[in-house]
Ligand binder design. Structure first.
Ligand code: SF4
Length: 122
């Protein structure tokens, strides 16, 4: 799995922190990521973060994403993986779950519609 461009402080487990210089460069869009140096630790929650602090941190991360030239690529990557933690492409993990649920519902409806069309035509 790719390392996020903003993984300097935290990846999956809070105790596993990846130094800036060790970040994975597999994804071409990583090189343009505005968050490549996330010294502020905006994109992943520290353990036991209070709700108010989390909301404030996530809004700050989203403001960074809003000026990022690779926001679309980053968001799609996070949705396709799917990435379970952190802010990616301007979306929190909870917001990505909503987007994915909507996509699943849409795909299901399209499949049902296609089956209905086939039955009606047959
Ligand atoms: S969209 Fe946000 S999380 Fe994604 S690369 Fe840009 S700044 Fe980082």
């Amino acid at each position: 799995m790719l390392q996020p461009p903003h993984s300097s402080l935290q990846v999956r487990v809070p105790s596993q922190r990846v130094p800036v210089r060790d970040r994975d460069q597999d994804a071409p869009w990583h090189s343009e990521a505005v968050c490549r140096r996330d010294e502020a630790g905006l994109f992943f929650a520290p353990s036991k973060e209070p709700t108010a602090a989390r909301l404030s941190r996530e809004e700050a991360a989203k403001r960074v994403c809003a000026r990022c030239p690779v926001m679309v690529e980053c968001r799609e990557h996070a949705l396709l993986q799917p990435e379970p933690y952190g802010v990616w492409g301007g979306l929190t993990a909870a917001e990505r779950r909503v987007v994915l649920a909507r996509r699943r519902r849409r795909d299901l409806e399209l499949k049902k519609a296609a089956r209905g069309t086939i039955v009606a035509a047959g």
